[in-house]
Structures are given as structure tokens and as C-alpha cells.
Design a protein around this ligand. Structure first.
Ligand code: UD1
Length: 318
């Protein structure tokens, strides 16, 4: 049994990792300051994990948290493009300074490996699709710059200190427990909850932007594979975590109309600053070196997610 430290354990991805690790009989420790994470995400597992309420900007707390950990899954972040456009200093603090603290603490505690929640936004709006890891990054938003900087810190700590690190470039992860309530929430969480409650969603731009939306179980699997894959294949490296398919927001809206029985249309508004137009991953590098294969496709993931939000609203109404 290994000890996994999850930063941002109260978040959507962090809590999903925790649930799966517990299911596999592993020992889970977690930190969160609940700036974007939610206590509800931990309600069912709080008595099975070693939870410490702490900020990744607190180096001493990170050192305590890393002490005795085998693996660190660094998910804590302020994960929003528009929020970073409004507050680049806050974005940099959480997404870069926080990462450096986690790395220093992990290095000093001699953890076996650090897995990092990197972002496909690092690619920017370069016209070439699909995006592969050998492409020169061209981040647009402060968020994307911060995520890329942290990714480079991962590689730097491997090169300078021999700390094994793996950066996973997430492509629009979605699924149960993603917070729909903030203006900065992911589009699927927002659209699904709005459509289930009969509210009209807002489409920023013409709706023809596309994304390689990736169901959460695939991202969880990628993290666990990244912990155990041979160091020679993965340490100090970057991998896309996606499905290798893309869909436009307009097409997604149509699928959601069927799943939610929402018959209205979206309202179209101005394009969002800092957004990229199209996103699609080449996942061959992850397939080859991590043994990653997306097990849940977009449509199935969407069905499961709609079912989950529906069950939540029923439980809340009951
Ligand atoms: C998302 C993630 C980011 C991650 C990146 C790459 C979130 C909140 N952001 O960024 O952390 O690094 O993928 O994996 O999960 N949109 C609407 N209406 C809305 C909300 C959004 O039309 O109400 C549009 C946006 O303008 C954008 C698209 O939907 O064109 C996707 O937006 P969003 O879900 O915020 O994700 P990304 O910005 O792609």
C-alpha cells in the first residue's frame, strides 16, 4: 500500500482521484484550502483520508504533508482562463508559486514521483491539429502561461534534483463533481445544470469552437499510470491526456438537448478573451509510454455526467 498526497483534494479532479485510490485500497492524504475545492466532494470519504486544510503557498504545511508520501498528485490550482485574465497575479501565485512550493517539499521529503495537472491551454491557438507534445507551446492567457511555467518547473526539478516528475496536459476534463456554480466553471458542468433546470445557457462566440472533452475516469487512469510507468519512459516528460476526438460547442449543445430534454436554444454572446478556438490532442505519446487508453468516450461520459447532475438535483429536492 502506497501513500498518495493529493493537492487540491477538494476539487473535482482531486476528489475523483481520492475516491479511486481508496477503491484500490491505497492510502490517501490530501490538502486543500477550499478556494475552489468543495467540502461536499470529500463528505463521503473524509473518515478514510488524512485530510489537512492548508494552502499550497504555505511551504511548511507542504513539507509536513509530503513527509512519508510516496506519490504526490498535484492538482491544486485556480483552474480558469477568464479568472486569470482578470487577476494574473492571483493566478500566478496559486498556479506557479504554489507549484514550486509543492516541488521543494516533495524533493526534500524524497517522494518517489510527482504527477502534475498541466493544461492543453499551453498549446495556444496554433492552427495545427491535433496538438502533439513536440510542438512549440504558445500560451495565450495568464493561466496558460502559468500552467506551462509549472510544467517546466516539473522538468527542471527532474533535471536539477533527480525528482521524478510527470506532467499531464489535461484537455477539458469533465464529469461528476465538477462545480457548476461559479462564472468560471467548465462549460459542460454549467450547460448541463442550466439545461436540467430549464435555464438558457450562454454560448460565448459562435459556438463553432471545438474541444477534446475528456471524461474524468480517463484522467484518473492517466494519473495512476503515470505513478507506476517505468521512470525511463515517463520521468521529466509531458503527456497529453485526452480522447483524440473533438466536438464543437454547438454539436455538444444538441447532444445535451436530447440528454436533458431541454428544448430551448442557447443565447449567443461575445467571444471570451483569452480563449482558444480549437483543441484536439494527439494521444499517441501517452498511449505508447504511459499505456494510456481512453476507456470512456465523450458520449458515454456525457450520459454519465448528466445522470449524476440529475441525481444530485433530485437528492437536493427530496
Ligand atoms: C478548460 C479548463 C482549464 C483547462 C483547459 C484545458 C475549466 C473551467 N477550464 O479551459 O482548466 O486547463 O480546459 O484542459 O474547466 N463557454 C461558453 N459558455 C459558458 C462557459 C464557457 O460558451 O458558459 C465556452 C468558452 O468560451 C470556451 C469553451 O466554452 O470557448 C470552453 O470553456 P471552459 O469550459 O471554460 O474551458 P477552457 O477555457 O477550454
Amino acid at each position: 500500500m502506497a501513500v498518495y498526497l493529493i493537492t487540491g483534494i477538494g476539487g473535482f479532479i482531486g476528489s475523483s482521484l481520492a475516491h479511486e485510490l481508496l477503491r484500490r485500497g491505497q492510502q490517501v492524504r490530501g490538502v486543500d484550502n477550499f478556494s475552489t475545492g468543495r467540502r461536499e466532494n470529500l463528505a463521503q470519504i473524509l473518515n478514510q483520508i488524512d485530510f489537512r486544510e492548508a494552502d499550497i503557498l504555505d511551504l511548511d504545511a507542504m513539507k509536513l504533508a509530503c513527509d512519508g508520501a510516496d506519490y504526490v498528485l498535484h492538482q491544486a490550482a485556480i483552474p480558469s482562463v477568464p479568472k486569470s485574465v482578470l487577476d494574473p497575479v492571483g493566478s500566478n501565485r496559486a498556479n506557479v508559486d504554489g507549484t514550486v512550493n509543492v516541488l521543494v517539499a516533495a524533493r526534500d521529503a524524497k517522494v518517489k514521483r510527482v504527477i502534475y495537472a498541466a493544461s492543453s491551454s499551453a498549446y495556444g491557438d496554433t492552427p495545427t491539429l491535433p496538438k502533439h507534445e513536440r510542438m512549440t507551446p504558445d500560451p495565450i492567457s495568464p493561466y496558460a502561461v502559468a500552467k506551462l511555467a509549472s510544467e517546466r518547473y516539473m522538468i527542471s526539478f527532474y533535471r536539477c534534483y533527480g525528482l521524478e516528475t510527470v506532467a499531464l496536459r489535461y484537455f477539458n476534463i469533465f464529469g461528476p463533481r465538477q462545480d457548476p456554480s461559479s462564472p468560471y466553471s467548465g462549460v459542460l458542468a454549467k450547460f448541463i445544470t442550466q439545461m436540467l433546470s430549464g435555464q438558457q445557457p450562454t454560448m460565448f462566440g459562435d459556438g463553432e469552437q471545438s474541444r477534446d472533452f475528456t471524461y474524468i475516469d480517463n484522467a484518473v487512469e492517466a494519473n495512476l499510470l503515470a505513478c507506476t510507468a517505468p521512470a525511463a519512459q515517463v520521468a521529466g516528460k509531458v503527456f497529453n491526456v485526452a480522447t483524440g476526438r473533438r466536438i464543437t460547442l454547438n454539436q455538444t449543445f444538441k447532444l445535451l438537448q436530447k440528454l436533458t430534454s431541454y428544448s430551448g436554444s442557447p443565447v449567443y454572446a461575445a467571444e471570451r478573451g483569452g480563449d482558444i478556438k480549437h483543441s484536439l490532442a494527439d494521444i499517441s505519446h501517452a498511449e505508447q509510454h504511459l499505456g494510456y487508453k481512453p476507456e470512456v468516450d465523450f458520449e458515454e461520459g456525457l450520459r454519465r455526467t448528466v445522470d449524476w447532475y440529475r441525481s444530485q438535483s433530485k437528492a437536493a429536492g427530496a
